[in-house]
Design a protein around this ligand. Structure first.
Ligand code: HEM
Ligand SMILES: *[C@@H]1O[C@H](CO)[C@@H](O)[C@H](O)[C@H]1NC(C)=O
Ligand SMILES: *[C@@H]1O[C@H](CO)[C@@H](O)[C@H](O)[C@H]1NC(C)=O
Ligand SMILES: *[C@@H]1O[C@H](CO)[C@@H](O)[C@H](O)[C@H]1NC(C)=O
Ligand SMILES: *[C@@H]1O[C@H](CO)[C@@H](O)[C@H](O)[C@H]1NC(C)=O
Ligand SMILES: *[C@@H]1O[C@H](CO)[C@@H](O)[C@H](O)[C@H]1NC(C)=O
Ligand SMILES: *[C@@H]1O[C@H](CO)[C@@H](O)[C@H](O)[C@H]1NC(C)=O
Ligand SMILES: *[C@@H]1O[C@H](CO)[C@@H](O)[C@H](O)[C@H]1NC(C)=O
Ligand SMILES: *[C@@H]1O[C@H](CO)[C@@H](O)[C@H](O)[C@H]1NC(C)=O
Length: 326
């Protein structure tokens, strides 16, 4: 009788372990340790070499990884080119200014020479995004588990439905993250990515010139900062000028984004929205401590990097990152 009970408890514990394992998506540390031992070093070397020559790349690669993970999971679907039959994610409006594809291609070419058909484009993107941001620190800023495989589908409509818009309010942002099993804590921490990179005027000029349709500005935007932005974005229709999201520090990965948001200098409505919810506002305050931001960002990146991943025998290992295998 007692024996059966212990067996039952054992089975239950085992079941829980298995369930947790599955939920973590079967990614693991050093997936290529045996199959392609130099993979992670090659990715880091090429990424660092490229970033040393072009400091805008970390923002491109970090954003590309985010767009990949939010559409069909982190399966490199964002890298696939459109074909005669298919309009891919890349071609969807939220793609504006996506960049860094050539770095992924250079890495893939090198990896195919070293160990053909082994390393997925999805893992290359996840690692390269991490390494590009980490170049500034000369050490990995978050852990990237590996073992992702590449998807075969990429559709513009899915990018539109899943990538949050900069015009979103807090309710919609929370929903779009919850859709990916990410919390409000993840939403706030990951928004800190906007400490690097730039945004095009047309994503926020409504806040300067026509917020409610009465040629007014967004009252929640600091008026002095609004004046600075107006000097850069001269009209509602300007879709070519870009502005640093963290004024004066857009090449530096730090927690200054949160000070900007706090001072009502968040660039997009989606940045300003973090102050409209009490809970999120408290998390913004926590992020004002640099060490806290780095720890929290690392944890949330790990969670983002696990969204909907294909593992085991699902998907494929693409030969070229911009086309599915034939
Ligand atoms: C919370 C919802 C988010 C919204 C609404 C949003 C929206 C945007 C928009 C509109 C841009 C400007 C694109 C352009 O004008 O070229 C941008 C840039 C950027 N986003 Fe986000 N984003 C969000 C979350 C994230 C997350 C989670 C990450 C990464 C973890 C991220 C990383 C970036 C980076 C690095 C840039 C700069 C890109 C560059 O300099 O080319 N964003 N985002
Ligand atoms: C990566 O770069 C380091 C430092 O330059 C070098 O010692 C190492 O051999 C490189 N590794 C590979 C696999 O290219
Ligand atoms: C496009 O669709 C046609 C008809 O469905 C099919 O025969 C062709 O192989 C497809 N081409 C590509 C590149 O997928
Ligand atoms: C982004 O989408 C536009 C159309 O909305 C397209 O013309 C452009 O080539 C796309 N950019 C990339 C990098 O694919
Ligand atoms: C840096 O990389 C970005 C993204 O690939 C590219 O658009 C830009 O032209 C590059 N800048 C320089 C100076 O090479
Ligand atoms: C947020 O935006 C959605 C979609 O535009 C809208 O339906 C909703 O009413 C807004 N919520 C708040 C609190 O403004
Ligand atoms: C949630 O995900 C579904 C399916 O991917 C999508 O159709 C829907 O638009 C998403 N909702 C939000 C708010 O992102
Ligand atoms: C401002 O918005 C209103 C309402 O959407 C629109 O009718 C008007 O044309 C816009 N003004 C400008 C200058 O675009
Ligand atoms: C910018 O606006 C012009 C004029 O409305 C339009 O023709 C062009 O396609 C837009 N470019 C982008 C990148 O959206």
């Amino acid at each position: 009788m007692k024996g059966t009970f212990i067996q039952l408890v054992f089975l239950l514990v085992l079941a829980v372990f298995l369930a947790v394992g599955v939920a973590a998506g079967d990614l693991r540390k050093g997936f290529y340790e045996d199959s392609c031992p130099q993979a992670e070093e090659i990715i880091q070397n090429i990424t660092w070499k490229r970033v040393a020559a072009n400091a805008t790349l970390p923002a491109k690669l970090l954003r590309m990884h985010f767009h990949d993970c939010f559409v069909r999971g982190c399966d490199a679907s964002v890298l696939i080119d459109s074909t005669a039959n298919n309009t891919a994610e890349k071609a969807a409006p939220p793609n504006l200014s996506l960049g860094g594809f050539e770095i992924i291609d250079e890495i893939k070419t090198q990896l195919e020479k070293t160990c053909a058909g082994v390393v997925s484009c999805a893992d290359i993107l996840a690692l390269s995004a991490r390494d590009s941001v980490s170049f500034q620190f000369k050490k990995p800023m978050w852990e990237v588990l590996t073992g992702r495989r590449d998807g075969k589908i990429s559709q513009a409509s899915e990018a539109l439905a899943n990538i949050p818009s900069p015009f979103s309010n807090f309710t919609v942002l929370r929903q779009s993250f919850a859709n990916k099993s990410l919390t409000v804590h993840d939403l706030v921490a990951l928004s800190g990515a906007h400490t690097i990179g730039v945004g095009h005027c047309n994503f926020f000029s409504n806040r300067l010139y026509n917020f409610t349709g009465k040629s007014d500005s967004d009252k929640s935007l600091d008026p002095d900062y609004a004046a600075v932005l107006k000097a850069k974005c001269k009209s509602l229709s300007d879709n070519t000028t870009t502005v640093e999201m963290d004024p004066g520090g857009s090449l530096n990965f730090d927690n200054r984004y949160f000070s900007a948001v706090k001072q009502h200098k968040g660039l997009f409505q989606s940045d300003a929205a973090l102050l409209t919810d009490k809970g999120a506002g408290k998390i913004v305050d926590e992020m004002l401590v640099a060490g806290k931001f780095f720890t929290e960002f690392a944890q949330s990146m790990k969670r983002m990097g696990a969204i909907g991943v294909l593992t085991g025998s699902a998907g494929e290992i693409r030969k070229k990152c911009n086309v599915v295998n034939s």
